[in-house]
Design a protein around this ligand. Structure first.
Ligand code: HEC
Ligand code: HEC
Ligand code: HEC
Ligand code: HEC
Ligand code: HEC
Length: 319
């Protein structure tokens, strides 16, 4: 009898640990991939067009989002990267940057940490090629050379936050517990074989459906881990400290992907659905006559009471 109890106990304790071991959907830290030497090589490594064949709807949605042009932006981001170089890097006495030819991957990480995290897999030449491409594009726009501008714009947008940035590189957050992303696996909510040649496996990313996943790039404040902290997006900080702290219980994915029904076309104020989800606006007005003073006498005035209630999960606008 005692033996049976021991066996049962051992069985129960073994199951208690299963969830933890089964969570290890990643694996040991792999050797870093060889550094990409050109923009084309880095773009190829993270090319989303290979996923179109089987995930067409998701690919179409993603193509509409700013994630698909994350260093071009609206297109305000690319020129702002140049401003950060001219007004920041080149003026700071200890940045080591006097000319474009001095720019390194590490320098650009003050933007690319979030706008293009895979740049850490490229050589400094790629960082310089990006800067030269943006300059060429701005010049072509200035010269009204539409063809050249369009060509360079395609090159800029070939680098982006594509499928495998989210479903591989950034997919696993707690790497000591869940492991490091493996180069043959796409991470989502399922486990098993995956039909793609380059990614023949799929595995679970425990937090990909949670806000912390988006929080990796959507900012809490200054990026203190950098030698020169930068600050851009702060939506995740606001979400944690203003929304969750006041009882908010929805995730980024709940509002931006599911309730909005936009899926991978993750949007904000440029989209009608998101605008309608953003604010409750209550406007009340009345008119009356008001005796102001002896000189001006009785005046007709209007009183307009505007109440705005922010229904988003963070401050708006951000940044
Ligand atoms: C790898 C970093 C990264 C991850 C992960 C990420 N984002 Fe983004 N996101 C960005 C960047 C960078 C931009 C802005 C690109 C630009 O315009 O320059 C952006 C843009 C957006 C925008 C549009 C903002 C606007 O001004 O219109 C929304 C909304 C958004 N992301 C929500 C999300 C949500 C929700 C998630 C999680 C499911 C997520 N993002 C995950 C980096 C990321
Ligand atoms: C902590 C991550 C992070 C860092 C670091 C970062 N950004 Fe951003 N940036 C974002 C995200 C996310 C968005 C879009 C969402 C938003 O507006 O909140 C954004 C938006 C922008 C926008 C407006 C987007 C548009 O399309 O109009 C510009 C411009 C921009 N970033 C430039 C930069 C530059 C230049 C740097 C470096 C000096 C930088 N960012 C550093 C995450 C970051
Ligand atoms: C900004 C990060 C991000 C990018 C880029 C991204 N995904 Fe996703 N993807 C997610 C998140 C988050 C979920 C989970 C959504 C949820 O929990 O509802 C998801 C879910 C999925 C799913 C599961 C089915 C579904 O519709 O929810 C598939 C398949 C998928 N993505 C494929 C892709 C492909 C293919 C691309 C490129 C075209 C892509 N994803 C780009 C973040 C991303
Ligand atoms: C030859 C077809 C094919 C190609 C190419 C393909 N996939 Fe898939 N993928 C599938 C199928 C089928 C599933 C399983 C769908 C299901 O059961 O819901 C799947 C599942 C996934 C999932 C897991 C979805 C979840 O439930 O969370 C992700 C993530 C994903 N694919 C990403 C990608 C990415 C990224 C690419 C491009 C690198 C890609 N796929 C290319 C067929 C393909
Ligand atoms: C309760 C729903 C809700 C939640 C939760 C939520 N959002 Fe939003 N978010 C919205 C709505 C609605 C908008 C559109 C308002 C606007 O942009 O003016 C928006 C706008 C944004 C913008 C654009 C901000 C700007 O400058 O106007 C970004 C970026 C963003 N969300 C990212 C996130 C991220 C990242 C998370 C999770 C940390 C998140 N959101 C959680 C509803 C939500």
């Amino acid at each position: 009898m005692k033996r049976a109890i021991v066996v049962v106990f051992a069985w129960v304790t073994a199951w208690m640990f299963v969830p933890f071991t089964a969570f290890g959907t990643g694996g040991p830290e792999p050797d870093p991939p060889p550094k990409a030497k050109t923009v084309a090589e880095l773009a190829q490594r993270y090319d989303s067009s290979r996923c179109v064949e089987c995930h067409e709807d998701i690919h179409d949605q993603w193509s509409e989002s700013l994630h698909s042009r994350s260093i071009l932006g609206s297109p305000r981001t690319a020129p702002t990267i140049i401003t950060a170089i001219e007004k920041g890097l080149k003026r700071f006495p200890y940045s080591g940057v006097k000319e474009d030819s001095d720019i390194t991957v590490e320098n650009l990480m003050m933007c690319m940490k979030c706008h293009l995290p895979q740049l850490d897999e490229a050589t400094d030449d790629v960082a310089r090629e990006i800067v030269a491409t943006i300059r060429g594009w701005m010049k072509a726009l200035g010269n009204a050379d539409d063809e050249k501008a369009a060509e360079l714009e395609r090159k800029i947008t070939s680098l982006n936050i594509g499928c495998t940035v989210c479903h591989n590189k950034m997919a696993l957050i707690h790497k000591y517990a869940d492991g490091y992303p493996q180069s043959d696996t796409v991470y989502g909510s399922q486990q098993g074989d995956h039909e793609d040649e380059m990614y023949p496996k799929m595995a679970e990313a425990p937090a990909i459906g949670e806000s912390i996943f988006c929080g990796q790039c959507h900012g809490e404040g200054p990026n203190f881990e950098l030698d020169h902290p930068s600050q851009c997006a702060t939506a995740y900080g606001s979400y944690l400290f203003a929304y969750v702290a006041h009882g908010g219980d929805e995730s980024c994915q709940d509002c931006h992907m599911r309730k909005s029904e936009l899926g991978h076309n993750i949007q904000s104020y440029n989209d009608g659905t998101m605008i309608r989800m953003a604010l409750d606006v209550d406007v009340k007005g009345r008119s009356l006559f008001w005796r102001k003073n002896k000189e001006e006498g009785v005046l007709p005035i209007g009183v307009i009471n505007v109440e705005l209630y922010n229904k988003a999960g963070h401050v708006i606008p951000d940044g």
